[in-house]
Design a protein around this ligand. Sequence first.
Ligand code: AMP
Length: 281
Amino acid sequence: MKIIRSPQALQRLAMELSAAGKRIGLVPTMGALHEGHLSLVRRCRRECDCVIVSIFVNPAQFGPNEDYLRYPRPFSQDAALCRGAGVDILFVPPAEEMYPSGYLTYITVDKISDIMCGAFRPGHFRGVATVVAKLFNLSRPHRAYFGAKDYQQVRVIRRMTDDLHFPVRIVECPIVRERSGLALSSRNAYLSAAERAASTLISKSLQQSVDLVQCEKLKNSGKIIQKIQKEIRRIPGSRIDYIEVRDAGNLAPLKFIDRPAVIAVAVWVGRTRLIDNIVIR
Ligand code: AMP
């Protein structure tokens, strides 16, 4: 496995690989890798000749009072996991190389960046779209792998990819969960044991709502949201940012679940912000 820190070096190598007919797959991450990330890497390994994983805690997607500085960065452990998963190139650029002094260019995906997580994290998806566009230009992937855990993020990236004609197929991979149902996340490391146990109510309430829709034919989004709210409020120290029912494709708000829908939540448990979602087809 090659470890590359220079953006220019990655771009040079990616162009050579592409010219040699290799199919390149990219898995963008912020590190602190877990089984969720590794599921993307494994799928990429199966489908591509050359697997590039990027680890970059992207300052542009963090708000001023967010956890940029305390975000976990266990680099040697991450590198070992990547090596074990058959990664060919691990790209770990320093922030100053991605955003050198004088940097001025950002990508904004209108509308869908301003709702849900975007409403609570202004500028977040601008940072995400920008860094992903840069990673696409550097690694020239045929396919790029993203997790459905960050449901809105995938919608933003698909929109940007279509709108800007990036020649890359976006592959969306299912959410990997603990046995308890809790969606794996690097931020779970912030949770105390008690918080972690109580946080399982998030996925449980989402699963219950799917059962209500599918078995009891409950279609009213307001009622579904109320039920999830009641469950999540049982988590000690919790504060809900949002619980929303939206069109699974374009994220338009849905009063009734009469087409494929996503139920998405963001909730603070103590000092940790957790997100989760479930899709009803
Ligand atoms: P992050 O390092 O949090 O930026 O995540 C990097 C990629 O891994 C994103 O595409 C995430 O959606 C994906 N990912 C993170 N957690 C999970 C999970 N539990 N299941 C599936 N994909 C995940």
